[in-house]
Ligand binder design. Sequence first.
Ligand code: GAP
Length: 520
Amino acid sequence: MDAMEKIVSLCKRRGFIFPSSEIYGGLNGAWDYGPLGVELKRNLKQAWWDDMVAHHDETATPQGAPQPFGMVGLDSSLLMNPKVWEASGHVGGFSDPMVDDRETRARYRADQLAVYALEFIGSDGKLERYDEVLFAAPGELGKSTPTELFEPHRKRISGLQKSKPGKEARPVAVPGALQDETLRARVLAPGASAPGTLTAPRAFNLMFKTHVGALEDNQSVTYLRPETAQGIFVNFKNVTDTTRVRVPFGIGQIGKAFRNEINPRNFTFRSREFEQMEIEFFCRASEAAQWYQFWRERRFQWYLDLGMKPSNLHLREHEASELAHYAAGCADVEYDFPFGRSELEGIANRTDFDLRQHMQMSGKDLRYFDDQEPNEEARRFLPHVIEPSAGADRGTLAFLCDAYSEDEVGGEARTVLRLHPRLAPIKAAVFPLVKKEGMPEKALEIYRALKKRFTVYYDEKGAIGRRYRRQDEAGTPFCITVDGDTLSAGSVTVRERDSCEQTRVGISELGDVLSARLGI
Ligand code: GAP
């Protein structure tokens, strides 16, 4: 099993994540969070909400910020007036290029299908190019190894290889092959019996269309939101009219988003239904560059503060050519997933594009009025926006991957999720060492007292070592054991997940000791 297979298997085995509607064969791109998974994902969202919104102190200047700022929350509807999506550009432009295979009926995102010719290299270093047939494979030269790219065409390529003894085959990218009709006719798609079965790339809108009300006509069309952000923009005026927030300030929102992804893949990484944690931060145009820097650093640091390994996390500034036409800057927080380095969160300087679009489309004045600005001309303005946009499912997956480890304890192999205590689904498990001598009764008493403060778990079944292993796999930071000394000494052992170190703690102090050690 490779690393990703092990994580998927653990998620299924321990009830973190299941395929959606599995008893009917599942639904591609949809996932269900089981009893442990729902706690983990809720903890991640709660950490985001607490750190970004609820516990934010608008009277203090956070490190690296130009000044103090306010943060408020929002929960906007999933279904909105379809004009929202016209104004935002999603109706016209939220699409991916798609190609279909007429023979196998497979559908690909054109930008994720590499096309390559072969080059045969002899021991004398001489190159011989073969491009009679071009080979298409999901992946990208540079990111995928030649063996991975060759995989869908293994038989055909090894046949060619045999006709060139002593020469090694390697892939050479043929950019633009899918767009060029002549070249496309020579492309052999994965699983196809002959070249030329792929269609030309065409734009595929990723929004899920639906109808509101009883009539299914053009008038009733709307969309499941593909991002939570637009719900924030269209409520900008409501928020400024009803709260004391003043620019600069941010509005945070957590909620579901839907995208009809052409190729959902890599477990929950690219799903059709997922959750986002988004902030729209409103500021003056002249200060946008400074706030952009602040949010880049702040959001990157947030993952590190939750225990993500620094070596797995990267902040990548986009090239100018990658930027949307309205964006003045964009950086991705990227994580080294087992399937490669990929985006976890994007931080974008969206200028005043969204508010301007909604102002034009709705005819409502969305400008902000700063009554404390001495310069009359500068009092009314359309704020610029910095948008840190994170995925709750991608975040959950990244923390699972980061926490997964295998080690040995007392000569026995164990799988352990080294999750940060704030994220751990269960904070502590309580065990009686054996099921006699009053130990279960005492353990239950402790369990019930702790349950009022933490998510705790009681288990009395099986050997103590096995119970520890089960909690290690669930990422539980502490196991509390009631043993033969507990009744007389009034204390228990507390075993720490990562070090397996055991300490004795008085029952009366247990809650406070746990709280301090968990940092919650
Ligand atoms: N409002 C800006 C926006 O939506 P995005 O880069 O398209 O930007 C932001 O999405 C984040 O949402 C991504 O960084 C990712 O974490 C998450 N996300 C986007 N599409 C996703 C998908 N199909 N499955 C899971 N998460 C997704």
